[in-house]
Ligand binder design. Structure first.
Ligand SMILES: *[C@@H]1O[C@H](CO)[C@@H](O)[C@H](O)[C@H]1NC(C)=O
Ligand SMILES: *[C@@H]1O[C@H](CO)[C@@H](O)[C@H](O)[C@H]1NC(C)=O
Length: 260
């Protein structure tokens, strides 16, 4: 099962479907129907409810041999650079892109906020991007309160230009893409322990529980967003983040907030 999923993903990454533009948006939601969408956006998301916590990645998964034969522990290599002076003392928030801040598809829509050309194997495809309601205000405010990091399981060639358009204020200090995820049991997991930040000062905002399956206690869940113009999740989350930004320890504060 697991190996077939891996094979599928590798195949998708090189496959080009000339009919991609005709595939309906619902294809994005179905983990079993793999196509060009999934090659580009984050594939294989678990849609419903958190699964039980799996065992931590095996030691071998965290070891990488260098060319000269030296073995380095990947867990010792931080995904993030040193904290910038203006972010000293701030909690780090890892923020997902697709279905958390925006929704993208190859299907042409006339109300797209951005249209981003993405080249896949020599063919340029237009990606139509919708912004989630309140995303601009949300990012501006989050940037004031936290060290914000974009962390997406999508490919950089799609997510990077979208983020250029979305984050014109430069809120995201660092952008992490698919290659920074750990591929674990068919899912791209965002392993917060590799960031190089204290876990008790780290939060993750993501619509997919699979993304934070290693660190469920650091998570702020958010409903998946596709196109609901009346959605106010980001707006409603701001007071929660306001509270968390003052915390010494996010675990303690989240426990308190859950009890309220
Ligand atoms: C092997 O290469 C790494 C950098 O890739 C370097 O840090 C390390 O010192 C090298 N080790 C030896 C034994 O040459
Ligand atoms: C957070 O964790 C670090 C070690 O990872 C520890 O040194 C520090 O005291 C902890 N801070 C709080 C407020 O619990």
């Amino acid at each position: 099962m697991e190996s077939s999923v891996i094979t599928q993903v590798q195949k998708e990454d090189v496959q080009v479907s000339p009919k991609a533009g005709q595939v309906s948006r619902s294809a994005l939601k179905q983990p079993q129907s793999c196509n060009i969408f999934k090659a580009l956006f984050c594939c294989l998301k678990v849609q419903d409810g958190p699964k039980p916590l799996p065992p931590p990645p095996s030691q071998s998964a965290l070891l990488e041999s260098q060319e000269n034969g030296t073995v380095v522990k990947l867990s010792e290599v931080s995904l993030l650079p040193e904290v910038k002076a203006e972010d000293q003392g701030k909690i780090c928030v890892v923020i997902d892109l697709d279905e958390t801040l925006v929704h993208s598809s190859f299907k042409p829509i006339n109300n797209a906020d951005f249209i981003v050309p993405v080249e896949i194997e020599g063919t340029t495809h237009q990606v139509y991007v919708l912004k989630r309601p309140y995303v601009d205000e949300f990012l501006r405010r989050m940037g004031e309160m936290f060290e914000c990091v974009l962390f997406t399981a999508s490919l950089a060639k799609y997510a990077d230009p979208v983020t250029d358009l979305l984050d014109q204020g430069g809120v995201f200090r660092t952008r992490l893409f698919r290659e920074s995820c750990v591929f674990h049991q068919g899912c791209y997991v965002k392993d917060l322990s590799r960031l190089g930040r204290d876990l008790n000062r780290t939060l993750i905002l993501d619509n997919s529980p699979a993304s934070y399956i290693f660190h469920p206690n650091n998570a702020i869940p958010v409903a998946s967003w596709f196109d609901d113009a009346d959605d106010a999740e980001l707006f409603n989350l701001l007071p929660v983040f306001e509270e968390l930004s003052k915390a010494d320890n996010v675990y303690t504060r989240l426990d308190q907030l859950r009890e309220q």
